[in-house]
Design a protein around this ligand. Sequence first.
Ligand SMILES: Nc1ncnc2c1ncn2[C@@H]1O[C@H](COP(=O)(O)OP(=O)(O)O)[C@@H](O)[C@H]1O
Ligand SMILES: [Mg+2]
Length: 366
Amino acid sequence: MSITKAEIEKILGQVIHPEFKKSLIELGLIKDIEIIPGAVKITVLVASKACTVKDKIAKLITDSIKKSYEDIDVKIDFALMTSAERAKLFGKEPSEMEGIKKVKHIIAVASGKGGVGKTTVSVNLAISMSKMGLKVGILDADMHGPDIPIMLGIKERPVGSEGWLLPVEKYGIKVMSTGMLAGEGVPIVWRGPMVNKAIKEFLGHVKWGELDCLVVDLPPGTGDAAITLVKSIPLEGAVIVTTPQKVAMSDVRRSIGLFISENIPILGIIENMSYLKIKDGDEEKIMHIFGKGAGEKMAKAFKVDLLGQIPLDPSVGEGGDEGKPVSLNEELEVAKIFMEISKKIYEKLEKGNLCQTMKKNIKTKD
Ligand SMILES: Nc1ncnc2c1ncn2[C@@H]1O[C@H](COP(=O)(O)OP(=O)(O)O)[C@@H](O)[C@H]1O
Ligand SMILES: [Mg+2]
C-alpha cells in the first residue's frame, strides 16, 4: 500500500520548525507534496536560504516519515518564499503587501547615525545592481531626510493609476520616496502612526512590478521610525554603513542589534569614507583621515562580513549633489568598488549565504 498525501500532511503537522516552534503545516511552509512510486517529494518554503535550519528541517521531516514508513524514499526541496509569503510568516500583514508580490529580494541599507553615506550607498548599490542586468527598485524610507530624489536628480512626482501609485523611473531604477510626494523643501512632520500608514502604502499600493531587488534606505539610528520600518517591511537582509571612526562601534552594535532582534540576517558592513587617495608628484598616497581598521574590527567583533571600503572621493559627493551617482561611470575606481560590493550582496541573496547573525555576537565587547 502506498502512502497518501493526507498521511504525509498528518506527519508534517507534527514536525515542529526549529526556529518558529510551530508545525510546518501550521506555518504554511509546505509548498508541495508529490507522491512518486516508492518515494515522496516535499517542497518546503524558506524565508531566506539561511544555512543552518535547512538541514535540520530536512532531517526532522525524513526522520518523522521514516518512523512510520521505513522503506519510502524522502526527497526534500527548498523554495525561496516570495516577499508576500515572508511577510505573512513574520506577521506582516500580507494583504497590505500586494505591491511587493513580485519582488524577489528586499534589503535594507541602515546606519547607526546620519551623515555616514547611507543614501549615497543605497543609490550606488542600486545603480551597480542595475548594471549587473538586474531589475532594481529603491524605496526611500528615510522620511525625515528623503534625499534619494535629490541624489538621483528626480524632479517628477509619481502618478496614480487605478488605485496604484507608480514609481518614478530613473537610470532604469524604480524609485519611490516621500520626498517626491511632498515636493522639494516641503517639510513633513511624521508621527508614529503616519509612518506606519505611509510604509504600508509604499509596499502595498506602489506598483513595483517584477523586481530582483528592492533597496530600502532606512532612517538612521535605532529610533521609533527605524524600528517601525524594520518590523513592517519583510526584509531579507540588511547592509550596515559606517565610517571608520572607533566611536562608530557602538552605533553599529545598536544597528545590528535592531536587525537580529527581528531575525533579519546582516549581509555585512560597508565602511564608507574609508581613506583618501592623494597624488604627491608621481606617487599616490593613501590617508586614513578618520582612522584605520575600525571596519575590520567591527566585522570581526560582530562576526559579519566587511563587504567593502569606499574611499572619501569628491566625485562621490559631487555625483550625489548633481543627481548623477558616481556608479553611472563604470570606469571610475569607486564605481568598481560599488560594483564589487553589489555582486557580493546579490550573490549572498541568490546563493543563500545568509547565516543568521547570532544574538551572542552582539554581546562581544569593543
Ligand atoms: N565616499 C564619499 N566621498 C565623498 N563624499 C561622500 C561619500 N559618501 C558620502 N558623501 C557625502 O556625504 C554626505 C552625506 O552622505 P549621505 O549619503 O547623505 O549620508 P546619510 O544618508 O547617511 O545621511 C553627502 O553630501 C554625500 O554626498
Ligand atoms: Mg540619507
